[in-house]
Design a binder for this molecule. Sequence first.
Ligand code: ADP
Ligand code: ADP
Ligand code: ZN
Length: 214
Amino acid sequence: MKIVMLGAPGAGKGTQAKKIAEKYGIPHISTGDIFRANIKGGTELGKKAKAYMDEGKLVPDDVTIGMLLDRISEADCAGGYVLDGFPRTIPQAESLTEALRKRGEKLDYAIDVNVPDASIVTRMAGRRACLACGATYHIVYNAPKTEGVCDSCGEKLVLRDDDKPETVQKRLTVYHDQTQPLFQYYEQAGILKTVDGTQDLNQVFSDIVAILGA
Ligand code: ADP
Ligand code: ADP
Ligand code: ZN
Protein backbone atom coordinates (compact mmCIF):
# COMPACT_ATOMS: atom_id res chain seq x y z
CA MET A 1 0.00 0.00 0.00
CA LYS A 2 1.42 3.39 -1.02
CA ILE A 3 -0.02 6.36 0.80
CA VAL A 4 0.62 10.10 0.77
CA MET A 5 -0.45 12.24 3.74
CA LEU A 6 -1.65 15.75 2.89
CA GLY A 7 -2.59 18.54 5.27
CA ALA A 8 -1.34 21.79 6.78
CA PRO A 9 1.73 21.90 8.99
CA GLY A 10 0.52 20.58 12.35
CA ALA A 11 -2.64 18.93 11.00
CA GLY A 12 -1.55 15.60 12.46
CA LYS A 13 0.03 13.95 9.40
CA GLY A 14 2.99 12.62 11.36
CA THR A 15 0.85 11.38 14.24
CA GLN A 16 -1.44 9.45 11.88
CA ALA A 17 1.38 8.28 9.60
CA LYS A 18 3.10 6.61 12.57
CA LYS A 19 -0.12 4.77 13.47
CA ILE A 20 -0.66 3.70 9.85
CA ALA A 21 2.95 2.46 9.60
CA GLU A 22 2.52 0.38 12.74
CA LYS A 23 -0.84 -1.12 11.81
CA TYR A 24 -0.04 -1.95 8.20
CA GLY A 25 3.64 -2.83 8.68
CA ILE A 26 5.01 -0.30 6.19
CA PRO A 27 7.72 2.35 6.70
CA HIS A 28 6.79 5.90 7.69
CA ILE A 29 8.86 8.29 5.60
CA SER A 30 8.93 11.93 6.69
CA THR A 31 11.03 14.33 4.63
CA GLY A 32 11.05 16.74 7.61
CA ASP A 33 12.52 13.96 9.81
CA ILE A 34 15.16 13.16 7.19
CA PHE A 35 16.15 16.84 7.01
CA ARG A 36 16.25 17.14 10.82
CA ALA A 37 18.40 14.00 11.12
CA ASN A 38 20.82 15.54 8.59
CA ILE A 39 20.90 18.83 10.49
CA LYS A 40 21.64 16.95 13.72
CA GLY A 41 24.36 14.96 11.96
CA GLY A 42 25.91 18.12 10.49
CA THR A 43 25.81 16.84 6.88
CA GLU A 44 26.01 19.03 3.77
CA LEU A 45 22.36 18.24 3.03
CA GLY A 46 21.48 19.33 6.57
CA LYS A 47 23.30 22.63 6.20
CA LYS A 48 21.53 23.36 2.93
CA ALA A 49 18.09 22.47 4.33
CA LYS A 50 18.39 24.32 7.64
CA ALA A 51 18.50 27.80 6.12
CA TYR A 52 15.16 27.22 4.39
CA MET A 53 13.50 25.41 7.28
CA ASP A 54 14.35 28.13 9.81
CA GLU A 55 12.68 30.65 7.51
CA GLY A 56 9.54 28.52 7.18
CA LYS A 57 10.27 28.07 3.47
CA LEU A 58 10.36 24.86 1.45
CA VAL A 59 13.69 23.22 0.75
CA PRO A 60 14.19 23.46 -3.04
CA ASP A 61 12.77 20.65 -5.19
CA ASP A 62 16.18 19.77 -6.67
CA VAL A 63 17.39 18.77 -3.20
CA THR A 64 14.17 17.20 -1.94
CA ILE A 65 12.98 15.11 -4.88
CA GLY A 66 16.21 13.13 -5.34
CA MET A 67 16.44 12.45 -1.63
CA LEU A 68 12.89 11.07 -1.47
CA LEU A 69 13.16 8.99 -4.64
CA ASP A 70 16.36 7.40 -3.26
CA ARG A 71 14.62 6.60 -0.01
CA ILE A 72 11.65 4.85 -1.62
CA SER A 73 14.04 2.74 -3.71
CA GLU A 74 15.35 1.05 -0.57
CA ALA A 75 14.46 -2.57 0.13
CA ASP A 76 12.07 -1.88 3.03
CA CYS A 77 9.81 0.08 0.65
CA ALA A 78 9.04 -2.89 -1.61
CA GLY A 79 5.72 -3.53 0.16
CA GLY A 80 4.65 0.12 0.22
CA TYR A 81 5.07 3.11 2.53
CA VAL A 82 3.36 6.12 4.00
CA LEU A 83 4.84 9.45 2.93
CA ASP A 84 4.49 12.32 5.39
CA GLY A 85 5.44 15.82 4.21
CA PHE A 86 6.12 14.82 0.61
CA PRO A 87 5.00 15.85 -1.95
CA ARG A 88 4.57 19.53 -1.07
CA THR A 89 4.71 21.03 -4.58
CA ILE A 90 3.29 20.05 -7.98
CA PRO A 91 6.78 19.27 -9.39
CA GLN A 92 7.38 16.93 -6.42
CA ALA A 93 4.05 15.17 -7.05
CA GLU A 94 4.77 14.86 -10.76
CA SER A 95 8.26 13.44 -10.13
CA LEU A 96 6.81 10.86 -7.79
CA THR A 97 4.07 9.86 -10.23
CA GLU A 98 6.64 9.54 -13.00
CA ALA A 99 9.14 7.52 -10.92
CA LEU A 100 6.37 5.12 -9.93
CA ARG A 101 5.02 4.90 -13.48
CA LYS A 102 8.45 3.78 -14.73
CA ARG A 103 8.23 0.83 -12.34
CA GLY A 104 4.62 0.06 -13.27
CA GLU A 105 3.43 1.27 -9.87
CA LYS A 106 1.12 3.96 -8.53
CA LEU A 107 -0.06 5.56 -5.31
CA ASP A 108 -3.14 4.04 -3.67
CA TYR A 109 -4.34 6.90 -1.47
CA ALA A 110 -3.73 10.59 -0.77
CA ILE A 111 -5.22 11.29 2.65
CA ASP A 112 -6.02 14.88 3.53
CA VAL A 113 -6.00 15.46 7.29
CA ASN A 114 -8.18 18.55 7.29
CA VAL A 115 -7.66 21.18 10.03
CA PRO A 116 -8.51 24.89 9.65
CA ASP A 117 -5.67 27.42 10.08
CA ALA A 118 -7.21 28.83 13.25
CA SER A 119 -6.50 25.58 15.14
CA ILE A 120 -2.99 25.18 13.78
CA VAL A 121 -1.11 27.86 15.71
CA THR A 122 -2.30 26.57 19.14
CA ARG A 123 -1.47 23.04 18.15
CA MET A 124 2.04 23.94 17.09
CA ALA A 125 2.78 25.90 20.25
CA GLY A 126 2.02 22.75 22.25
CA ARG A 127 3.88 20.35 19.98
CA ARG A 128 6.97 18.67 21.38
CA ALA A 129 9.17 16.63 19.10
CA CYS A 130 11.70 13.86 19.54
CA LEU A 131 14.53 14.55 17.11
CA ALA A 132 15.92 11.06 17.69
CA CYS A 133 12.98 8.94 16.52
CA GLY A 134 10.57 11.47 14.97
CA ALA A 135 7.76 10.93 17.50
CA THR A 136 5.65 14.00 18.26
CA TYR A 137 3.59 14.82 21.33
CA HIS A 138 1.32 17.60 22.47
CA ILE A 139 1.51 19.02 25.99
CA VAL A 140 -2.30 18.86 26.30
CA TYR A 141 -3.74 16.56 23.61
CA ASN A 142 -1.10 13.85 23.51
CA ALA A 143 1.21 14.19 26.48
CA PRO A 144 4.17 11.85 26.94
CA LYS A 145 4.11 9.58 30.03
CA THR A 146 6.99 11.55 31.59
CA GLU A 147 7.08 15.29 30.89
CA GLY A 148 9.77 16.22 28.35
CA VAL A 149 10.82 12.63 27.61
CA CYS A 150 10.02 10.51 24.52
CA ASP A 151 7.86 7.43 25.32
CA SER A 152 9.36 5.49 22.42
CA CYS A 153 13.09 6.07 22.83
CA GLY A 154 13.73 8.00 26.06
CA GLU A 155 15.32 11.06 24.39
CA LYS A 156 14.62 14.62 25.51
CA LEU A 157 11.69 16.36 23.73
CA VAL A 158 12.10 19.80 22.15
CA LEU A 159 9.97 22.65 20.83
CA ARG A 160 11.07 22.87 17.20
CA ASP A 161 12.59 26.21 16.15
CA ASP A 162 10.13 26.43 13.28
CA ASP A 163 7.10 25.90 15.55
CA LYS A 164 7.29 29.45 16.92
CA PRO A 165 4.08 31.34 16.03
CA GLU A 166 5.78 33.76 13.55
CA THR A 167 7.30 30.89 11.60
CA VAL A 168 4.10 28.85 11.73
CA GLN A 169 2.25 31.72 10.04
CA LYS A 170 4.84 31.76 7.25
CA ARG A 171 4.59 28.00 6.84
CA LEU A 172 0.81 28.26 6.53
CA THR A 173 1.19 30.84 3.76
CA VAL A 174 3.66 28.59 1.95
CA TYR A 175 1.25 25.69 2.42
CA HIS A 176 -1.66 27.56 0.83
CA ASP A 177 0.46 28.82 -2.06
CA GLN A 178 2.52 25.77 -2.92
CA THR A 179 0.95 22.67 -1.41
CA GLN A 180 -2.80 23.27 -1.71
CA PRO A 181 -2.75 22.69 -5.52
CA LEU A 182 -2.00 19.04 -4.74
CA PHE A 183 -5.60 18.49 -3.67
CA GLN A 184 -6.80 19.04 -7.20
CA TYR A 185 -3.92 16.96 -8.55
CA TYR A 186 -4.87 13.91 -6.46
CA GLU A 187 -8.60 14.52 -6.85
CA GLN A 188 -8.10 14.23 -10.60
CA ALA A 189 -6.06 11.07 -10.05
CA GLY A 190 -9.10 9.71 -8.18
CA ILE A 191 -7.25 8.88 -4.95
CA LEU A 192 -7.99 11.86 -2.68
CA LYS A 193 -9.70 11.04 0.65
CA THR A 194 -10.45 13.66 3.30
CA VAL A 195 -10.71 13.08 7.06
CA ASP A 196 -11.71 15.59 9.72
CA GLY A 197 -8.44 16.24 11.56
CA THR A 198 -10.07 18.33 14.31
CA GLN A 199 -11.40 15.18 15.99
CA ASP A 200 -9.65 13.27 18.75
CA LEU A 201 -6.58 11.60 17.27
CA ASN A 202 -7.94 8.08 17.81
CA GLN A 203 -11.14 9.01 15.96
CA VAL A 204 -9.10 10.45 13.09
CA PHE A 205 -7.25 7.14 12.93
CA SER A 206 -10.51 5.11 12.90
CA ASP A 207 -11.69 7.20 9.95
CA ILE A 208 -8.42 6.47 8.14
CA VAL A 209 -8.68 2.73 8.83
CA ALA A 210 -12.22 2.82 7.41
CA ILE A 211 -10.71 4.16 4.17
CA LEU A 212 -7.69 1.83 4.01
CA GLY A 213 -9.47 -1.30 5.17
CA ALA A 214 -8.92 -3.14 8.48
P1 ADP B 1 5.22 19.89 9.39
O1 ADP B 1 5.22 19.28 10.73
O2 ADP B 1 4.96 21.33 9.32
O3 ADP B 1 4.37 19.17 8.42
P2 ADP B 1 7.77 18.86 8.41
O4 ADP B 1 8.53 18.23 9.48
O5 ADP B 1 7.09 17.98 7.43
O6 ADP B 1 6.75 19.91 9.02
O7 ADP B 1 8.70 19.86 7.60
C1 ADP B 1 9.50 20.83 8.25
C2 ADP B 1 10.21 21.68 7.21
O8 ADP B 1 11.07 20.84 6.41
C3 ADP B 1 9.30 22.37 6.20
O9 ADP B 1 8.81 23.61 6.69
C4 ADP B 1 10.26 22.54 5.02
O10 ADP B 1 11.17 23.61 5.24
C5 ADP B 1 11.07 21.25 5.06
N1 ADP B 1 10.44 20.19 4.23
C6 ADP B 1 9.91 19.02 4.66
N2 ADP B 1 9.42 18.30 3.64
C7 ADP B 1 9.63 19.06 2.52
C8 ADP B 1 9.32 18.89 1.14
N3 ADP B 1 8.67 17.80 0.68
N4 ADP B 1 9.68 19.87 0.28
C9 ADP B 1 10.34 20.97 0.71
N5 ADP B 1 10.63 21.19 1.99
C10 ADP B 1 10.28 20.26 2.90
P1 ADP C 1 2.12 17.29 11.18
O1 ADP C 1 2.96 16.07 10.98
O2 ADP C 1 0.94 17.36 10.25
O3 ADP C 1 2.91 18.55 11.18
P2 ADP C 1 1.83 16.33 13.95
O4 ADP C 1 1.39 14.93 13.78
O5 ADP C 1 3.21 16.57 14.39
O6 ADP C 1 1.48 17.18 12.63
O7 ADP C 1 0.81 17.05 14.96
C1 ADP C 1 0.95 18.42 15.32
C2 ADP C 1 0.67 18.60 16.81
O8 ADP C 1 -0.74 18.37 17.06
C3 ADP C 1 1.40 17.61 17.72
O9 ADP C 1 1.68 18.28 18.93
C4 ADP C 1 0.40 16.49 17.92
O10 ADP C 1 0.63 15.79 19.14
C5 ADP C 1 -0.92 17.23 17.94
N1 ADP C 1 -2.04 16.47 17.37
C6 ADP C 1 -2.00 15.58 16.34
N2 ADP C 1 -3.24 15.09 16.08
C7 ADP C 1 -4.08 15.73 16.94
C8 ADP C 1 -5.51 15.69 17.14
N3 ADP C 1 -6.31 14.91 16.40
N4 ADP C 1 -6.01 16.48 18.11
C9 ADP C 1 -5.19 17.30 18.85
N5 ADP C 1 -3.87 17.38 18.70
C10 ADP C 1 -3.31 16.62 17.76
ZN1 ZN D 1 11.97 9.33 20.48
